[in-house]
Design a protein around this ligand. Structure first.
Ligand code: ATP
Ligand code: ZN
Length: 285
């Protein structure tokens, strides 16, 4: 039986999270990513550990069938690959930054300036779209030091918290794109491998749902059941069980983690007590 070959980052920000995602999908992977390749013992998948920059090329050339990497690398490399879905981590933004004492006047500031970046294609596309005439200085790393050493007037780079910029006396002035980790696939995946991918995608979906949602249990007076049900619609509708105490029920439902804090006050106002919020291991809708 053929195996699906997945490329993930060998060592870097996405490595651990990519491995954890596969493991949470119930895929057993031997420890240690020192090797170039490893095979799962319970799912027809081979894992290739590569530099993230190389993943689009390998997927295009069918060395790997699918890959997990930052969407920024997919845009930059512009290879013939299909982006299948986001996988729930690796969020960052791609921004322009300039020395913090410069006064910024809008994107025309960059006209006739030199910008250092490891993402020349994304930057060039942006400049063309905005009619900017910019000199792009492509470098392979430590972009943030370029203005300080006189190599460029500004930089275009990945930002997540902004602390690297701050440490290098820079300020972020334009965000050009938001990126996160995605799963890509080769456009000509054989049917047999597509079936394995479909199984994997089903599992990834259930892992991501379970991360985004929580199981919620609470006690409420019976007269509040209707309103609480409207607040916590859950997957189909909440489970309502009578408590031993007359006039009270226990309500069980599923809630989006992001909604929990915004709904908690309403639940309390409606008389909810003893609210428990519990992680969900897997969720299949
Ligand atoms: P490699 O050796 O594999 O080429 P790298 O140095 O290019 O590694 P990392 O710094 O590990 O890559 O980043 C991998 C990806 O993580 C980025 O392409 C981006 O999509 C994402 N990412 C999320 N937050 C950040 C951040 N703060 N800085 C850099 N990348 C980030
Ligand atoms: Zn890289």
């Amino acid at each position: 039986m053929s195996k699906l070959k997945i490329a993930i980052q060998k060592s870097g920000r996405l490595s651990e999270k990519s491995l954890s995602l596969l493991r949470e999908c119930g895929i057993k992977i031997p420890n240690g990513n020192q090797k170039l390749m490893t095979v799962s013992s319970n799912f027809p998948i081979e894992i290739l550990f590569l530099r993230d920059d190389d993943i689009p090329q390998y997927v295009e050339q069918n060395v790997a069938d699918i890959g997990i990497l930052g969407e920024n690398e997919v845009w930059e490399k512009n290879r013939k690959v299909e982006t299948v879905r986001k996988v729930g981590f690796g969020n960052c933004r791609l921004s322009l930054a300039i020395p913090k004492d410069e006064s910024y006047t809008g994107i025309s500031y960059f006209n006739n300036k030199k910008i250092a970046t490891t993402y020349p294609k994304i930057l060039n596309d942006f400049c063309r779209k905005n009619g900017l005439n910019v000199e792009i200085e492509e470098i392979s790393g430590s972009v943030e030091i370029a203005p300080g050493i006189g190599l460029a007037n500004g930089i275009f780079d990945i930002v997540s918290t902004g602390s690297t910029l701050l440490m290098n006396g820079l300020k972020e002035v334009e965000t050009i794109a938001y990126s996160e980790a995605v799963l890509i696939k080769s456009p000509d995946l054989p049917e047999e491998k597509q079936q394995i991918l479909d199984q994997l995608l089903f599992r990834i979906q259930s892992v991501i749902y379970s991360r985004e949602n929580k199981y919620i249990l609470l006690n409420a007076p019976n007269e509040a059941i209707k309103q609480i049900t409207a607040l916590l619609p859950g997957m189909r509708s909440p489970t309502v069980l009578p408590l031993a105490e007359e006039g009270w029920s226990s309500i069980h439902s599923v809630i989006k983690e992001d909604d929990f804090w915004s709904k908690i006050d309403q639940l309390k106002t409606l008389g909810a007590q003893g609210i428990l919020v519990i992680p969900i291991e897997k969720m299949i809708i």
